[in-house]
Ligand binder design. Sequence first.
Ligand code: BG6
Length: 482
Amino acid sequence: TSFDHVTIVVFGASGDLAKKMTYPAIFSLVKNGRIKKDQLHVVGTARSKYAADEFRDKISAGLKGNDELTVKGFLERCSYVSLKGYEDAASYKDLDSEISKLESGSGKHLRLFYIALPPSAFKDVSENVRKSAWPKDKTNRLIVEKPYGKDTKSAKELSKHLEEHYSEEELYRIDHYLGKDTVKCVLPLRFGANPTLAATWSREHIQYVTVDFKEKFGAEGRGGYFDEFGMIRDVMQNHIMQWIVMFGMEKPKSLSSKDIHEAKLKFHNDCLPVKPEDVLVGQYGASKSDPEKKAYLDDETVDDNSKAATYATAILYVDNERWRGVPFVIRAGKALDETRTEVIVHYKSPKDSLFATEEGSTLTIRDKPDKTHTLSLFTKKVGSGFKIVSAPLVADFGEKASPLLKEEYVPTAYETLIYEAVQGDHTWFIPRQEAEEGWRVWDDAIKGTEDRKPFIYEYGSAGPKEEAEFLKKYGVHFGTGA
Ligand code: BG6
């Protein structure tokens, strides 16, 4: 890095995100030599009290399977400071002096604050960090986790609050989907040397686009957070939206951060607000075969009468020349029969086709369960006559990928983004206006469905059976993309 010393301060260090994502990501950056161990300090902080060793044990649980010596070396760079409360100004002074004790040596220093905390703590922390732990003689940056508010109004309030304390340059609004290869690959596919795709990328040839986001697990253990947010806020407004932007946006003038942000914002601007009548919501009930798989409402942290959606299907329209009239059909659900995240571009079947099929070819970009691109083309079945079949041309970027397609070291999404924040590269973080625009698109859909009784589907099933009827209206279906 361009710094001689890097200190990463993790707020919410006792939480799930820190253990599962943040610490493993920082560890891997060190293990792979992107940040030198002796250059780094990681200061964890939260309200819980932990002795240093106790805290290190907690983190090391997330680092299992790695070489013990490497883990030990990393843990030596990790310390923990407990705060009396997030609103307690004195705690931040203590934190600052703890950090200062670690930061010795001449050269350039970076302090990178990572707030992995529930939204309720966010204002206090960001304000106090700025007041007490943001030294003028060092470079300081703040990574802001999702959720960025819960609607346009609260997002704007949050922006205003941040603006009072920080410049936009100092802020890194993170959406880990922008650290995924399966999201960013859409840019070279569309804007690289693939005239076949570029020439057909519009409403003239594309009938609709589906986005599937299916998870096998429920909201277990996260009810407290999830119940207030629900599926649309949890993943559609941010992760899925960011993925769609890659498929939908116009070509940026260049790959500079500014030009990419401009093109992304323009696409957001062109999205029409999703209408409540174009949304179906569901909530999982108990599994009939597995007593372990309880209903959403059986979660202790969830209100008994909660109408929170753990499943939603929504139709998004984009009002511009390229996309007018093309539905983006989005489905996201928890506690389903499979884990699958993919986007499928469904082409039209040309009217003058000599080998008519009901629908045209498809292009599938999949993140889970495998990392593949699949272009399905219609061709002749081998044998007599002209029997037409859809044949998948598959490129595999997963475990068994050819070294031509995949580097040996593949950083996780969090790793990629944390490193980019260390480098001061904003390209794959979300600018203020875009964060707010994302809510404009979803506000009506959220407000218009939050009092609606969700369709109940069984834990481990394919989702609400009412969905089939709903999709018929739009003449679309999800399919498996081969
Ligand atoms: C998180 C959501 O931001 O993203 C979770 O809060 C979701 O509910 C997760 O499971 C999905 O991320 P990934 O990388 O596993 O697709």
